[in-house]
Design a protein around this ligand. Structure first.
Ligand SMILES: [Fe+2]
Length: 356
């Protein structure tokens, strides 16, 4: 369901959803009439749009009963960090739109929080990529790209400072979109050619903001400009080839595409991770750096926790855990039974299909 900005609700119109704060407490009941006083009150509380309560993990929420307690505990921790990061980033970007100032310390804090949470719960982060619902798209997408950048950076044995830069470049790669009008940014249909040209400007806007306004370093402002460039030199805005792209730009390009194609957006259905992985591989070399793509894929669970699968035994099951380094052989809880199959031990059993 789509978000509705306060400015889109005329005075006197009923509010379409119950409105919660980040502690899950109802602030305003559905049907309450909007007024300019109420708008001011909401804005003072940093609320600038309404959505039904967001659970980026709705698939997991529906299937949590199949998971082990220790996995559930980890997921709860991840959810907390994820939603805190999300709200912080929303606040910073909205303040930026008003004041043209970004608090670099808060952005670093978001990155550091994500990094330490990923260090403690790496398996869960690697296992949940590509299965979350994306309502507030730009913000959730920025958090997701940052998470993917951290996972990728860690797998490349980058040191902590470099991982933090990689995380920040993921958080801010689309900041130029704050200068794109909402009627283009939030348009549910395909953009016209003219609109596409305007949308593409988010790369140079982002570069200007991060380099000139904010004084960020090269490893952060270059990905903002270069993340839509491609290895074959047919991307935008400068049509540079892979040789001239910054390492982080090539990393963001992979994380950006993977997250976009696995997201549930208004105008298209999300690709399941195993199909997304095939797609990413098919465009590597021409569009993406193939060495980095291989590295990236090793960190993504092809069968994320919560995925419903059909085994060759004709049993239906839910993926409840992954075996590190063996992404094709996860642990599967058979639906309606007490049977738990660890495909790393049962080598004649394999996943025939993903059901959803
Ligand atoms: Fe972008």
């Amino acid at each position: 369901m789509q978000k509705i900005y306060l400015s889109q609700i005329p005075d006197g119109a009923p509010i379409p959803y119950d409105l919660y704060n980040d502690k899950d407490v109802i602030l305003i009941k559905k049907g309450t009439k909007m007024s300019s006083d109420l708008k001011k009150k909401l804005q003072r509380n940093n609320i600038i749009y309404l959505t039904p309560q967001i659970s980026p993990f709705h698939i997991l929420d529906n299937r949590i009963k199949y998971l082990d307690d220790d996995v559930i505990v980890e997921i709860e921790k991840v959810k907390k960090v994820y939603s805190e990061s999300f709200y912080e980033l929303v606040r910073e970007f909205e303040i930026f739109k008003e004041s043209k100032r970004l608090d670099k310390k808060i952005i670093s804090d978001i990155a550091e929080n994500l990094i330490s949470s990923i260090s403690n719960n790496q398996q869960v982060y690697a296992s949940i990529q590509g299965i979350r619902r994306k309502d507030a798209y730009t913000y959730l997408h920025s958090i997701d790209v940052s998470i993917l950048m951290i996972l990728l950076g860690k797998s490349m044995n980058m040191d902590n400072r470099d991982i933090e830069d990689a995380a920040i470049s993921g958080l801010l790669h689309d900041i130029g979109k704050t200068k794109i009008a909402d009627n283009i940014l939030l348009k549910p249909d395909k953009l016209t050619e003219d609109e596409q040209i305007i949308m593409q400007k988010h790369t140079t806007y982002g570069y200007d903001i991060l380099r000139d306004q904010m004084g960020y370093k090269e490893s952060i402002y270059r990905p903002a400009r270069e993340h839509h460039e491609t290895m074959d030199g047919l991307g935008y805005p400068d049509r540079i080839s892979g040789r001239d792209m910054h390492l982080y730009s090539k990393m963001v390009a992979i994380c950006d595409i993977y997250d976009a194609i696995t997201s549930d957006r208004v105008y298209k259905n999300a690709m399941l991770p195993h199909i997304a992985v095939e797609y990413i591989m098919s465009i590597s070399n021409k569009k993406l750096d193939s060495v980095l793509v291989r590295q990236f894929i090793q960190n993504i669970s092809i069968y994320p926790i919560g995925t419903k699968v059909l085994l060759n035994t004709k049993e239906e099951g839910i993926i409840v855990d992954n075996n590190e380094g063996f992404s094709l052989r996860p642990k599967v809880q058979i639906i309606g039974t007490d049977i738990r199959r660890d495909l790393l031990n049962e080598l004649t059993v394999f996943i025939e299909n993903i059901i959803e």
